[in-house]
Design a protein around this ligand. Structure first.
Ligand SMILES: Cc1ncc(C[n+]2csc(CCOP(=O)(O)OP(=O)(O)O)c2C)c(N)n1
Ligand code: SF4
Ligand SMILES: [Mg+2]
Length: 349
């Protein structure tokens, strides 16, 4: 009798710290099939895997909304804190102050960040807290059945015919103006660009704010919406071609110096920003705000890395936080002795 030989299983692919892609996954998504948020989750998984980040070093933070549920669907062995609606920035700030060795990634929605959470959002941006801050932007409150959020464009129409007559908040322009040091916009359907921007965000030290257009297929993907798949595909204007080369790879063969701007990030990785038809310079703040305003007036959806600054001190350096994470300092170092308190009290008399 002929024997059938079972072919050997293909070798399992591991990243540079010996982990497989599955170890960066989370639980199964409960979001609607086709929701842009699911595609962003996939890119986050890939970015952390490809960068070889130890999941135990990551803290996932979010507020409330379909978008804010996303951290449950990636990096299941990382720390996680699902906060109150619009209050994720406070939790992120406390988390990074307590343990500066963590890599914080916040996932929020346009409602969570630009509507109820705008007060928290602006203060996080001006502090340049080291974290990756993602807005999954569908122009509506998906979780509560699709009402307009503060990023909805004037003239955008809801499924029931209601037209938005209030101007949108451009979270990228706001973040740049306030002091965030890595600011970009992408589209959940643009795998290559989004992955490069996420990897760059992981390597950056400071607030990396990415507004990712992420269509809500259930409530905001119809004709008349400016956050639908078809609208974003038709109006997407990338300002440059973004490539990311991690610190552990040789970059010398990757770029053409005549047309590419190379930015070195804090961990030694490189972003290669290849100019398209404009002379765009993503290190120029004024230029970034100008192109965003111009695109807004034309109804274009600009994508790419609008602004990057690698020299500005982050919030923890500004506060002179000690190198050892506060959370691991022994009590003898965090509780001043009675004598020190007595001295302070005497000085106040
Ligand atoms: C304090 C508070 N106010 C209102 C709500 C109701 N609520 C839940 S999610 C949400 C909006 C979510 O929109 P967004 O952040 O854009 O997330 P999406 O669902 O669109 O991904 C609102 C208003 C709430 N949960 N808590
Ligand atoms: S309601 Fe919209 S935002 Fe929420 S999961 Fe469904 S498609 Fe996504
Ligand atoms: Mg939303």
């Amino acid at each position: 009798m002929a024997t059938t030989t079972v072919p050997p299983a293909p070798p399992r692919k591991m990243n540079r710290i010996g982990l497989e892609l599955t170890e960066y996954r989370g639980s199964k998504s409960t979001l609607c099939a086709g929701c842009g948020h699911n595609a962003i989750t996939e890119r986050i998984i890939e970015a952390f895997y490809e960068m070889g980040v130890d999941p135990h070093r990551v803290a996932k933070l979010s507020g409330i909304g379909c978008s804010s549920k996303s951290p449950a669907y990636f990096l299941s062995s990382s720390y996680g804190f699902n906060g109150v609606h619009g209050r994720m920035p406070s939790i992120a700030t406390g988390c990074m102050l307590a343990n500066r060795n963590l890599i914080a990634i916040g996932v929020s929605g346009d409602g969570d960040s630009a509507s109820i959470g705008i007060g928290q959002f602006v203060h996080l941006m001006r502090r340049n807290l080291p974290m990756i801050y993602i807005i999954e932007d569908n122009g509506c409150y998906g979780l509560t059945k699709g009402q307009f959020s503060a990023t909805a464009d004037v003239g955008s129409r809801l499924k029931n015919g209601v037209v938005n007559d209030l101007p949108p908040i451009d979270t990228c322009a706001l973040a740049i103006m306030l002091g965030a040091t890595y600011v970009g916009r992408s589209f959940s359907g643009d795998k290559k660009q989004l992955l490069a921007l996420l990897e760059g965000a992981i390597a950056h030290r400071g607030t990396a704010m990415l507004d990712v257009l992420s269509p809500c297929v259930t409530f905001n993907d119809h004709e008349g919406s400016t956050k639908s798949y078809s609208y974003v595909k038709e109006h997407d204007e990338p300002i440059e071609d973004v490539s990311f080369v991690p610190f552990f790879e040789d970059i010398s063969v990757e770029y053409d110096p005549g047309t590419t701007k190379e930015v070195m990030l804090h961990d030694g990785s490189h972003l290669l920003l290849k100019k398209l038809d404009t002379d765009y310079d993503s290190t120029n703040k004024g230029e970034a705000l100008r192109v965003l305003t111009e695109a807004h007036d034309k109804g274009d959806v600009l994508t790419g890395l609008f602004y990057i600054e690698t020299e500005k001190p982050d919030f923890l350096s500004l506060l002179n936080v000690v190198d050892q994470p506060l959370a691991t300092l022994p009590e003898s170092r965090v509780r001043p002795p009675k004598q020190a308190l007595d001295t302070i009290m005497q000085e106040l008399q």
